[in-house]
Ligand binder design. Structure first.
Ligand code: FEO
Length: 394
């Protein structure tokens, strides 16, 4: 594919990865992804913004070669993670005069991760700019949009923000720009939930910082480019700043139907009381969908049987992930069953120490649930409704 022009002198030279289905050996990618790399030609200098995943290095090098790029002066590294930086050593080999432009923290990480020689770097401070001749790149520190060293690059003359992971979406598409806004915002929400949500406080500060910039285009390093950036900035604003909603997320496992019966009864009890429920059978669920549900939910109720004196391992994994993602949750509880004993409640509550939550009275049935257990589930549903109302979660 020929490099595609975004604005005069600004080109997409990245790679689309249609077939990747897992990121970090953890995150499902149902729609593939892309590694967006951009070439900017000024009247005096040429810069490459981010590289691509090493698996796609041939695509980037071919783009540069087909485009007749004889010289690259600057390789801007907005982020040290290998899906953007992994091909930088190869680019430096192909273009011996090129220097890596990044912040000191990212420089240290790139030396650690990729063994790039120190003399190949130029470090920049927050809001420092370099000129390519008629095109000016300003580097804006945007820490924790994914790692601590992340930054964005702003092309002043064209008002383009190259934000790397920030605002990104794992979506393989031949569309250079967003065409199906609903599809892209959904993919970006998945991305936010899995990658950005743990750093919500930092994202908040970065969104405020970017208000100082007029931005016509957001060119991320995953997914299509936003030529109407209000759609994604508005969505991020809502995910980060809005109060949680009147939603219960209910991840569960059932081995012999006792917990399933409780889940079914409890979901009905909540729905009858006007609460939206998002239910996930962890034996088959896509954890990305669970993460997305956590973006706006006020409450999580975990359903589990008792296995070897504790929660089912799939439940343990989901609760570990929930705690690590630090969603806006305000309340939590546990429902489920046991045969002869166990420490399921203490185990699961102990695993949610990152969350600022109130634990609501759990309901565990001995064996198959009975009348008293269903009554306790009704009480829990009524308590959740009351708590959501008290906090105006609608
Ligand atoms: Fe797309 Fe954090 O790398």
């Amino acid at each position: 594919m020929e490099p595609r022009e975004i604005r005069p002198g600004v080109y997409f030279v990245g790679a689309i990865d249609w077939d990747r289905r897992l990121f970090d050996a953890l995150i499902p990618l149902p729609d593939g992804t892309s590694y967006n790399s951009y070439l900017i030609k000024g009247s005096e200098k040429t810069a490459l913004i981010d590289a691509v995943d090493p698996a796609m290095q041939a695509v980037l090098i071919n783009h540069l070669s087909e485009f007749g790029v004889k010289n690259i002066d600057y390789v801007v590294a907005n982020h040290a993670e290998q899906d953007h930086s992994g091909t930088i050593p190869l680019v430096l080999g192909e273009y011996p005069g090129a220097k890596v432009v990044t912040n000191p923290k990212c420089k240290d990480m790139l030396i650690d991760l990729l063994m790039i020689p120190e003399e190949r770097f130029i470090t920049v401070s927050d809001k420092e700019a370099i000129s390519l001749g008629g095109s000016t790149l300003e580097f804006i520190y945007t820490p924790w949009v994914h790692w601590p060293e992340t930054m964005s690059t702003y092309l002043r003359e064209e008002k383009i923000l190259f934000s790397c992971d920030f605002f990104g979406s794992h979506l393989a598409t031949t569309d250079l720009y967003v065409t199906d806004e609903g599809q892209v915002i959904e993919a970006a929400k998945r991305y936010y939930a899995e990658i950005m949500m743990p750093y919500r406080t930092s994202i908040e500060k970065n969104l405020v910082k970017l208000k100082d910039y007029a931005i016509d285009i957001i060119a991320t390093s995953h997914g299509p480019i936003y030529d109407k950036p209000a759609s994604i900035t508005k969505a991020y604003h809502s995910w980060v700043f809005d109060a949680p909603k009147n939603i219960v997320v209910l991840p569960y496992i059932s081995m012999h139907s006792s917990t399933r019966k409780m889940v079914e009864y409890f979901v009905e009890a909540l729905v009858q009381r006007g609460v939206t429920v998002k239910q996930f059978d962890l034996a088959v669920t896509d954890i990305g969908k669970l993460a997305m549900a956590l973006v706006e939910a006020a409450t999580i109720v975990i359903g589990t049987p008792t296995v070897l004196a504790g929660a089912h391992p799939n439940v343990v994994s989901a609760v570990f992930l929930t705690n690590a993602l630090r969603p806006k949750l305000r309340f939590a509880s546990v429902i489920g069953s046991y045969g002869w004993g166990g420490r399921t409640i203490e185990q699961l509550v102990g695993m949610m120490s990152n969350l600022k939550i109130e634990i609501l009275e759990p309901v565990l049935s001995k064996g198959f649930p009975k009348e008293a257990d269903f009554a306790a589930l009704d009480n829990l549903a009524a308590t959740i409704v009351e708590k959501h109302k008290e906090n105006n979660f609608t």
